[in-house]
Write a protein that binds this ligand. Structure first.
Ligand code: DAH
Length: 361
């Protein structure tokens, strides 16, 4: 049997619980929930008021009443914790909704790209290594003996003047081409030899859209018994079709280099105008025929020099020109990269503009 006092206490507890739930559901953030906790469960909160009713009960009922109240307090604390988790989750969701649209396309990743000059060097190297050539690298500081004399370039040749070359000492230059590696390689290895040499070369050129003081070349050399001009043509046509596509047309023009005889300049038919020298320009005002920018209207692009290794060069490295013959070529990598990507200013390669290499793909 319960007393009126106990009934009253339970009624108070029930009404407190109802008010508590109201207050909790009206609280929209953690701070408001804490206010609710203080008002109901705090030291001088509503529950403490109800607890005071225990003293008015007959002593035998007091432990029971205390237990009822403690259980109620525990339940209310549980509801408070759950409510706190709820408002915190809601606050997080709201903050995400404000700032992140997960369906919005993200910014492209900055992945970087291989520099176009290196790309050409890699492609040329792949082509030649597929055909059994070795890739060798040489020093950029050369003796003038290797850079000039051994290559049959006489002392009075204009290239030997300080005006064209960077001399570090009377007998040392920054190599003006990769050709001295022909000399170094042949001195090191007896024939037969088949190498390519990618690398930097230096010339005292004034900088403009077509010239830098430093640029890249790739040199090729093959020497052995019975090597003839047909081998040179076959390898260079193959290389240029590898670089410019299988239908690239290649021509050899008679030329002169001190270290080859006969010598030829190698051209590839302009990929931009298909050798016609003109392109159709279409814009809002209609269409017009204009000179092709890629080849300057000539229909052909000069790739580099080549020829049969001069007997004097073979002699200077200790090879016997009566026993072996060979071919060589040298071409500029920037030139090829410019034609490939329609870059019309060589300075772009060293300006390090952000996105330059990525934009070419
Ligand atoms: N060394 C020459 C230059 O820098 C290019 C060259 C021409 C290299 C003919 C060769 C060659 O190996 O046979 O202009």
């Amino acid at each position: 049997m319960t007393t009126t006092g106990m009934n009253e206490l339970e009624a108070n507890l029930a009404s407190l619980t109802a008010r508590f739930r109201d207050a909790v559901s009206n609280a929209s953030d953690a701070r408001a929930l804490d206010d609710v906790r203080v008002a109901f469960l705090g030291r001088s909160g509503a529950v403490t008021e109800v607890r005071k009713g225990i003293g008015k009960l007959p002593p035998p009922e007091r432990p029971g009443a205390g237990k009822v109240i403690n259980e109620a307090v525990q339940a209310l604390e549980g509801e408070l914790t759950a409510a706190l988790a709820r408002v915190e989750r809601a606050a997080l969701n709201a903050s995400l909704e404000d700032t992140i649209d997960v369906t919005f396309p993200g910014p492209p990743a900055n992945t970087g790209a291989i520099h176009p000059v290196r790309r050409v060097a890699i492609d040329v190297a792949r082509y030649f290594t597929r055909h059994g050539f070795a890739v060798v690298l040489g020093p950029e500081i050369e003796t003038d003996a290797n850079n000039f004399d051994a290559l049959n370039i006489p002392p009075d040749h204009p290239a030997r003047e300080g005006l064209d070359s960077f001399y570090l000492r009377p007998d040392l230059v920054l190599r003006t081409h990769t050709s001295p590696m022909q000399v170094r390689s042949m001195r090191k290895h007896g024939p037969p030899i088949a190498i390519i040499v990618p690398g930097k070369a230096y010339r005292r050129d004034a900088i403009d859209a077509r010239h830098l003081y430093m640029f890249h070349q790739v040199e090729g050399l093959m020497v052995g018994r019975g090597i003839h001009f047909g081998h040179l043509k076959g390898m260079l046509v193959g290389m240029l079709r590898d670089l410019f596509g299988p239908s690239a047309d290649v021509r050899f023009r008679p030329s002169f280099f001190p270290f080859t005889e006969p010598s030829a300049e190698v051209d590839v038919k302009c990929p931009a105008c298909a050798g016609t020298g003109v392109v159709q320009l279409r814009d809002a005002n209609g269409s017009a025929e204009v000179q092709c920018r890629t080849c300057g209207g000539s229909g052909w692009i000069e790739i580099g020099g080549s020829g049969m290794v001069h007997p004097n060069v073979l002699r200077s490295v200790g090879y016997d020109p009566d026993a072996v013959t060979g071919w060589a070529f040298g071409c500029g990598l920037e030139r090829i990269a410019m034609k490939r990507h329609d870059i019309n200013d060589i300075r772009a390669f060293i300006e390090n503009a952000p996105g330059f290499a990525e934009g070419l793909a």
